[in-house]
Design a binder for this molecule. Structure first.
Ligand code: FES
Length: 425
């Protein structure tokens, strides 16, 4: 085995241990990129730019891969002597077996539970069961007029997209009646045979730079049915948004790659909450998403080029509603996905969610809310006026760009008790 030597074929085989994962990669691809290709968890903060020093792996005998000056900058002398190298600096030139140290990103703890306050339930999506209407009672009235006549007054102007209108004749003649799903009191998004009003669930998704969390909520009771979370897989292109914005800006397929990664991950967490609660995807009538401006653009595959350049102009700050089909989410195709509005380039819709969830947007008293994430936001104010700002919190709380800093993963101190002695776990 060797690296960076002339070779006869365009492909080389890399095996990652202890996972036992082997991947064939293009000669010249870095070990860091090869790991990302197959989802092997190599630690990183800088996304492979040789800045953070977190991506060390052990590559066989030390003499097989000569250490570079940058290895000596980031790694201890004893590590270099034992064969540890920065994986983002090694271009594979021959078949290789690589040991990946424990304690990578996958062992990070994600906090997704907290205090809750009571909120009035006003779901945007409503399921309405209409009993069977015998044709005699309808007396030649158009099918849709007959349906509207049975709906509460504020639904009378609801619209039915053509695909559902086509299904209406059969549904209205079903002896078990039918169930309409109406979103925003304006639009029918589903017609089902029989009474399917229960369960009616919503999924709230928080796309953070570091983690992605999905909450499945019963829209009739407000009960949280299941939670699923994972680390944002886009982090292979950098822990902070700057690295990912660079990827989207300079790599012709970068934006598509970032978009595909987050969609695949959303499908994973959505599938997990449904599986945990033993519900079918048809139970979901509504989805809401928050995230910072970069996550928002990657999700919607909006050109993020100017988000990374002064004066950091986004494509839009407005709320966006799309369908699950438009985002290729594995839900019923017409399920609405509501992406909350953003505030400014570096104060995203997660902060809007914070304002709404905390109640400070309706408060008569001045309150302060703090969201500690890779980017930290602070909001101050009351119902009359709210002011928000942000600053990078990753260096302080996640060890980003700090030589001896680290995240909440294996080896980190997560509790300290101070009595007569100091103890920690
Ligand atoms: Fe290699 Fe940061 S130094 S990923």
């Amino acid at each position: 085995m060797a690296v960076e030597t002339p070779a006869s074929s365009d492909q080389v085989s890399i095996t990652f241990q202890p996972m036992g994962v082997t991947v064939d990669v293009r000669r010249g691809e870095t070990l860091f990129e090869a790991a990302a290709d197959v989802g092997v968890d190599v630690d990183t903060i800088c996304g492979g730019n040789g800045v953070c020093g977190k991506c060390k792996v052990r590559v066989g005998e030390p003499h097989l891969v000569p250490a570079k000056p940058i290895d000596h900058v980031h790694l201890a002398a004893v590590e270099v002597a034992r064969g540890y190298r920065l994986s983002c600096q090694i271009k594979a030139a021959d078949d290789l077996v690589v040991d990946v140290p424990a304690g990578g990103r996958r062992s990070i703890k994600i906090l997704h539970h907290g205090l809750q306050r009571d909120v009035p339930l006003r779901p945007n999506a409503l399921k309405i069961h209409l009993p069977y209407l015998p044709p005699r009672q309808r007396d030649g009235v158009a099918d849709w007029d007959a349906v509207k006549d049975t709906l509460p007054g504020f639904f009378r102007r609801v619209e039915v997209p053509l695909p559902w209108l086509r299904q209406l004749p059969a549904a209205i003649r079903n002896h078990g009646g039918m169930t309409l799903t109406v979103v925003g009191r304006r639009r029918v998004t589903r017609i089902e045979l029989g009474d399917t009003t229960l369960p009616s669930c919503g999924i709230a998704i928080d796309i953070g730079s570091t983690s992605v969390v999905a909450y499945l909520v019963d829209l009739d009771t407000g009960t949280e049915l299941a939670v699923a979370s994972d680390l944002n897989t886009q982090a292979i292109y950098g822990d902070d948004v700057i690295g990912r914005l660079s990827k989207a800006q300079f790599d012709p397929v970068g934006l598509k790659r970032l978009h595909d990664l987050i969609i695949a991950q959303l499908n994973d967490v959505v599938g997990e909450v449904l599986s945990l609660s033993n519900l079918a995807r048809s139970a979901v009538t509504d989805v809401t998403v928050v995230g910072n401006m970069a996550m928002h653009h990657f999700l919607l595959q909006l050109d993020s080029t100017y988000l990374g350049l002064s004066p950091f102009a986004p494509v839009t700050r407005d709320a966006v509603t799309v369908t699950a089909a438009e985002l290729a989410l594995d839900l019923e195709p017409d399920t609405p996905v509501y992406v909350l509005p953003n505030i400014a380039g570096f104060v995203g819709s997660d902060t809007v969610g914070l304002m709404l969830a905390s109640g400070m947007a309706d408060s008569d008293e001045i309150q302060m809310a703090v969201d500690v994430g890779t980017n930290g936001e602070v909001v101050l104010g009351s119902a009359g006026r709210l002011v928000a700002c942000s600053a990078p919190a990753g260096p302080a709380f996640e060890g980003a760009r700090i030589k001896h800093g680290m995240r909440a993963t294996t080896g980190a101190i997560d509790h300290v008790t101070m009595n007569r002695d100091v103890s920690f776990s």
